[in-house]
Design a binder for this molecule. Structure first.
Ligand code: XBP
Ligand code: MG
Length: 259
């Protein structure tokens, strides 16, 4: 999927690029974590990730990388850990797809409304995630319709995951858009770093797992898409709308310093 967005010269908001895990959907604690644990059990392994331990493990992006690092720490030799991680991750992906099909992975409150409003306002929507395409596409299709997004870049086709900017650079290339006409929406410090390293102004909507992370360099930080109880920007007390996003980008120091 590839689309061209015509850039103008007035730093208008042309595209919003969404992260998936933790941003569009509440997917980690009651989603991926549960599927990883079911895969451990099915393989006869004793490992189980509780809510707190999984929060620590989330600092390693990508489920397969997360598994490999964990298994090595449990004493599996590197080659064995890599092979076991690949097998477990394939099973976990199938289980997570089942959870999606059962409607167990909900959008974050306010996200469906924001997506509808942005679409109605003529703003291009895209996705840049380190998650695996085999579950990302069915999830986006079920919740929002895959056609909602001009392009979807996943960890499957990106060699280096967030905080590396590869997913965002690929998204900009597919949209044929300079970074200062886009706005990234992320939930984590890893995601923020990835967007900023690609030159894209980034807004952070925190969640349970990420609320205490360092968001230096974010355009603004808030704790909910609608009616946030914490926000670093007084213009966002009502939450995110096409109008607040457009204003935020226009006033952003990132756009002012860009050509
Ligand atoms: C999310 C991830 C993902 C998921 C699991 O990071 O790291 O790996 O936890 O998905 P971000 P997979 O939100 O910054 O993209 O198991 O498919 O990798
Ligand atoms: Mg995320």
């Amino acid at each position: 999927m590839s689309t061209t967005v015509s850039p103008d010269t007035s730093h208008q908001l042309a595209a919003v690029i969404f992260d998936v895990d933790g941003t569009l959907v509440d997917s980690e604690r009651d989603g991926h974590r549960v599927a990883f644990n079911a895969a451990f059990a099915a393989a006869g392994l004793p490992y189980r990730w509780d809510v707190e331990e999984y929060g620590q493990l989330l600092h390693i992006t990508g489920g397969r990388r997360r598994l490999t690092a964990f298994l090595e720490r449990q004493g599996h030799p590197p080659q064995e850990a890599a092979a076991l991680a690949a097998q477990l991750h394939a099973d976990k992906t199938a289980r997570f797809r089942d959870m999606i099909n059962q409607g167990r992975i909900p959008p974050r409150p306010g996200v469906p409304e924001l997506i509808t409003e942005l679409t109605d306002a003529g703003i291009t929507l895209a996705v840049a995630t380190t998650g695996t395409r085999d579950w990302v596409e069915p999830l986006l299709d079920r919740l929002f319709g895959l056609d909602t997004f001009a392009t979807v870049v996943t960890g499957t086709e990106i060699p280096t995951l967030k905080p590396d900017p590869a997913a965002y650079l690929e998204t900009l290339a597919r949209l044929n858009l300079p970074p200062y006409h886009a706005l990234a929406i992320e939930d984590s410090a890893n995601g923020l770093q990835a967007a900023r390293a690609a030159g894209i102004p980034c807004l952070v909507v925190t969640n349970h797992y990420t609320q205490d992370q360092d968001f230096t360099g974010a355009l603004a930080v808030l704790n909910s898409f609608r009616n946030p109880t914490h926000t670093t920007d007084p213009h966002l007390t009502q939450g995110l709308t096409p109008h607040t996003l457009t204003t935020l980008l226009k006033n952003s120091p990132h756009t002012r310093t860009n050509p």
